[in-house]
Design a protein around this ligand. Structure first.
Ligand code: PRX
Length: 661
């Protein structure tokens, strides 16, 4: 039975355990419904109450939502605040001051602790260093860092001086980096010489050098390098300096710069349905409000909690639930440098025991790979560790199949911890549809209900509501504070991608298909409806991979990329390729496929490598020359072709493409 089918027959319900409802911020469904009522009866009153209660404002706002230039909505526009002050300074003089903000565990197991007070000092010092490097309020800083305390410090320091950061995941290529430096107009790059993953030292700085060498980075003035390991790296005189050098002589005091609520806190690039990644621009006020509030609501976070989100700071999850949310909430968080399978696949469980983690937040793809590991090797099964500190589990990034949900519930959560299956996106800034641990009865595989104030719905192509029980497109009917503000430098694309005219121009189109259950009205996400793939919870555009393939001009004539379901990674990339030479077979085909895989890794990053590559003399096309992607999807899945192929110009091609290497 496929994942989708098994979700369809899911009828197990897990009410919240008493331990979770007792003392919870939102305890029971009545409390949830009361908040939803407040939000729908008086949205302005609801949001302004929350913004006043959860954010420290330098200048209070008088306006809440401004719709006059829709869909370019603004929130709390005339208010002023500083995001870093809301994460750090706010805790000074409180009980949080001397508690650990971060417990950092390095790849090799070494543990470093940083209190809130120490973190404030280090962020301030780096903020002063950035200023000394000529970084000003409003400038963009590109961050290409490993999972380290310094990565978070770099982000917080930008926020402190009002610079806009753009973090690029350490697995992206030099070319991806180059495009982002130029698109964002970055004045500085903060990077590390190397990153440590799974016992290996992997280069970062040399990739930065390679990216800059591609030319055209005219705005870039300096590169600041954190020496993660003792190994030397190339340093360009006049441009590159180490962390130690820039910090030298800088004070650990730096007054946080108040910025307008709409000031761009960050730009984060993500894949869309064209070849060019989108620079998703987020605000300061609305974004931070939601980061703090969702920590409180979704994770019911308490000052005594040890929170661990395993996401990298290169993704939105690492922004909201590593760099900002946990600090704004004032809990202790674990930051992990390494990978879940090193030195063995028991690493997560061992770390939960060691650091007494209470709230654990990870991706289904990690759970699935650890299930597989535990099934083949008893020694890495979670039962070998004491996981009783856990009280809440979270899932993010892709649908969690009920089998994985049940295993997570049983073997990690000891049948005691609610699982919050959080649906959201880079564009939404924080959780949108998710259970509340002290309120929502859980159904495996369902992200259940929208958070209070989030007007999620399912509609047809023209924006009309679809009844429960039938599938349609997921939309959000009203603006919310942490929503994407625009696509950096491309407002037209923002409008077209997210607020399509066909739907009236006012509904936020998530790009996902969804269905609500007939009985409870629970949402279940059925997957992307556009040309975006989700591989191990990472977003990839099919067009992006296609353009990478065809950019190998001497070899590739044409390429089409589709996704197919994969037990481990959720979806896998499948590429159909026509070469400029004759169609290869046997070992030669395998060899060329590897060349193409490595090329994609170089162009985009290793995460985009196609798992399957099939060669054909041509691609299936209609007489008008349009590639029939639905046929390719069937072939990729290994399904028999049942669709009508009468419009196909070259039906014989299907057999060729079905041939595995
Ligand atoms: O398809 C949905 C899927 O991930 C997409 C967003 O990807 P990204 O912007 O990279 O952000 C990932 C982390 C928030 C969505 O459009 N997705 C995310 N969470 C879930 C999900 N699909 C099903 N269930 C989820 N909980």
């Amino acid at each position: 039975m496929s994942n989708i089918e098994s979700v369809l027959v899911e009828n197990r319900v897990f009410p919240p355990p008493e331990a979770a409802t007792k003392g919870a911020r939102i305890s029971g469904m009545d409390a949830y419904n009361a908040l939803c009522d407040e939000a729908s009866k008086d949205p302005d009153g609801f949001w302004s109450r929350l913004a006043r209660e959860n954010i420290v404002w330098n200048k209070p706002f008088t306006k809440v939502l401004d719709e006059s230039n829709a869909p370019f909505y603004t929130w709390f526009d005339d208010g002023e605040l500083n995001a870093s002050a809301n994460c750090l300074d706010k805790h000074m003089g409180t009980a949080a001051e001397n508690k650990d903000a971060i417990i950092f565990e390095a790849d090799d197991g070494a543990v470093t602790r940083v209190t809130y007070k120490e973190l404030l000092g280090r962020v301030s010092q780096f903020a002063n260093a950035l200023k000394a490097q000529g970084v000003n309020k409003g400038d963009r800083v590109l961050i290409y860092m490993p999972m380290t305390v310094e990565g978070v410090i770099a982000m917080q320091a930008c926020a402190r001086i009002g610079a806009t950061h753009s973090v690029v995941f350490g697995g992206f290529s030099a070319k991806a980096l180059h495009e982002r430096i130029i698109d964002a107009g970055a004045v500085a790059v903060v990077t590390a010489n190397f990153q440590m993953r799974g016992g290996k030292e992997l280069p970062l700085k040399s990739i930065v050098d390679e990216g800059i060498a591609m030319g055209g980075c005219t705005t870039l003035k300096s590169v600041i390098v954190y020496m993660r390991t003792p190994t030397a790296c190339n340093m360009v005189a006049g441009r590159d300096t180490t962390f130690a050098e820039v910090l030298q002589g800088q004070s650990t005091d730096c007054k946080p710069e108040p910025v307008g609520a709409e000031h761009p806190l960050f730009i984060l690039y993500t894949s869309g349905s064209t070849g060019k990644p989108k620079g998703v621009q987020h605000s300061t006020g609305g974004y931070l409000l939601w980061a703090k509030l969702t920590m409180d609501w979704t994770f019911d976070i308490k000052p005594s909690d040890v929170f661990w989100c395993t996401a990298d700071i290169g993704w939105i999850t690492g922004h909201t639930y590593v760099a900002y949310g946990p600090l704004a909430a004032g809990c202790t968080q674990v930051i992990f440098e390494g990978v879940p399978t090193y030195p063995n696949a028991g690493r997560f469980w061992q770390m939960i025991e060691k650091h007494k983690v209470t709230v654990f937040y990870t991706a289904p793809t990690a759970i699935r790979s650890l299930i597989k590991a535990a099934e083949t090797d008893e020694k890495v099964h979670p039962k070998n560790w004491d996981l009783t500190s856990l009280r809440i589990l979270g899932s993010v990034g892709e649908p969690i199949n009920p089998e994985a949900w049940m295993w997570y519930h049983r073997h990690v959560g000891g049948e005691r911890c609610p699982i919050v299956d959080t649906f959201w996106q880079t564009e939404t800034g924080g959780h949108m549809i998710t259970p509340l641990p002290g309120a929502t009865p859980l159904v495996p595989g369902s992200c259940t209900l929208p958070l209070p104030g989030i007007m999620a719905a399912i509609v047809d192509e023209v924006g009309h509501d679809i009844p429960n029980g039938s599938g349609g497109m997921l939309v959000v009917k009203r603006p919310w504070p942490s929503m994407i503000r625009t696509i950096w430098g491309d407002p037209e694309r923002f409008k077209k991608s997210y607020f399509p005219e066909e739907m009236g121009g006012k509904l936020y189109l998530a790009g996902d298909g969804a269905v609500r259950s007939a009985d409870r009205g629970y949402f279940r996400i059925t997957g992307r409806i556009d040309d975006v793939l989700n591989v191990s919870g990472h977003r990839l555009g099919t067009m992006e991979i296609e353009s990478a393939l065809v950019s190998m001009t001497e070899l590739v004539a044409e390429a089409a990329v589709v996704g197919r379901p994969d037990d481990l990674t959720g979806e896998a990339v499948c590429a159909f390729v026509v070469l400029k030479r004759s169609r290869p077979v046997g070992d030669e085909a395998k060899q060329i496929a590897n060349v193409l895989r490595n090329w994609v890794a170089k162009e985009i990053g290793p995460i985009a490598k196609p798992k399957d590559i099939r060669f054909g003399d041509n691609l299936p096309k209609t007489r008008s020359g349009k590639i029939m992607r639905r046929l390719l999807r069937s072939i990729a899945k290994g399904e028999a072709i049942t669709q009508d192929t009468s419009t196909l110009e070259n039906p014989a091609i299907l057999e060729q493409l079905a041939e595995k290497l």
